[in-house]
Ligand binder design. Sequence first.
Ligand code: ADP
Ligand code: MG
Length: 436
Amino acid sequence: MSPAGKSSIRLLIGGVLASIGLGLLLGALAGTLAGWAAAAIVLLLLVLWQTRQLLTLADWLQAPDAPGPPVLPSAWQRMLLQRSDDRRRTAATLRKVEAHLRSFTEAMNAVPDGLLILDAGQCIQWGNRAAEAHLDIDLARDTGESVERLVRNPGFGNYLREPDPQSPFILQTATARTRLYALRVVPLSELSKLLISIDVTDVRRLEAMRSEFVANVSHELRTPLTVVSGFLEHFANGNAMTSEQQQHFSRLMSDQTARMLSLVDDLLTLSRLEAEDAPASEETVNMADLLQQLQSEAQSLSEQAHRLEMRCDGPALRGNRKELHSAFGNLVSNAIRYTPAGGTIRINWRVSDGLGIFAVHDSGVGIAAEHLPRLTERFYRVDRGRSRDTGGTGLGLAIVKHILLRHQATLVIESQIGQGSTFRAEFPAWRLQAPD
Ligand SMILES: Nc1ncnc2c1ncn2[C@@H]1O[C@H](COP(=O)(O)OP(=O)(O)O)[C@@H](O)[C@H]1O
Ligand SMILES: [Mg+2]
């Protein structure tokens, strides 16, 4: 028995003995009846007093938020203090458990993958925030509900019941049609399992891009190869040909071979650019020289068909000369190829608002606004026929974008159908060499 219990029993026995003593004393002095009456009254008072303490104690125990224990006589008080200690300890343990639970929930909510615990009947027991977003559910509302009923997707229910450990279930929800999630089930016990969802949209998009790229390259190579192999077959069959025809066929074949070569060259350039983030080396590029070189290349490409203007008002530029030459050369060759004879092409290098600006302006066919955001995609062409006829590979602007990115520069395109286009490469100030 606790010390408080013993002490309250001692108090009780003391009280009873005192009332018997008083009864006997009064009995001897004033007669037996008076003795009994006095003892009974004292005992009654004792019982009433104890009952009052008991009621106070019961009241306090029933009020869980009561601040401190009430003040009672010593034995009761000790008992109360002990209860009060227990209560404080329980509250502290509860607070600790709550804090642990809160930090666990915060950690789980920070996990980018969806986690959902299901019972044997596929009902949701617990989940994190990512699971809510991925499966389009609301845990506050849907906990206890069957996930199979909430996520309506053909085959999902079967997968939950018989998951394939080798391959995940790919889910596309109704609200987020553009996103894809890979779902896996991990058994936890006989009665519960964990459903994990991972956002695989970007991975899938990359895979699609890769296979689209392979398809594009194959298609680009197939056309010239078909032409060349057709001619070769014609020759192999020993078909008679005039020398004029022979010349014509040879020219066509060499055109097709040149096309394949430039495609392979561009593909190699792109893959080299993608292999590393930064140019192998950088130097101070004399822009006046580079522009001079671009102009003479432009002249030979244009064959006097265009008016060419060139201005170099800016300082030297820090970068990789070969890459910059390739990027600027692509912009200039596009300007010539997409500008009918008689048009004007202006190439200039200047500083504006602290930025180094290389601009190629043409008075050519122009580009409709809806194409502008996609121009730098590989093999994206506005006019496939025109691009091919002028020896384009569809990779030029993709190469330009890569090179500029490696030089922390941005490509700005402005164009109007029938009016012409301006392609601007804007370089950050730190790449410009301060004039001496
Ligand atoms: N200066 C320009 N004027 C009009 N259209 C252009 C110009 N430069 C690029 N384009 C359009 O952008 C497309 C992509 O350019 P690019 O990647 O260099 O490939 P291409 O090999 O076809 O020139 C071209 O097919 C063309 O439709
Ligand atoms: Mg091009």
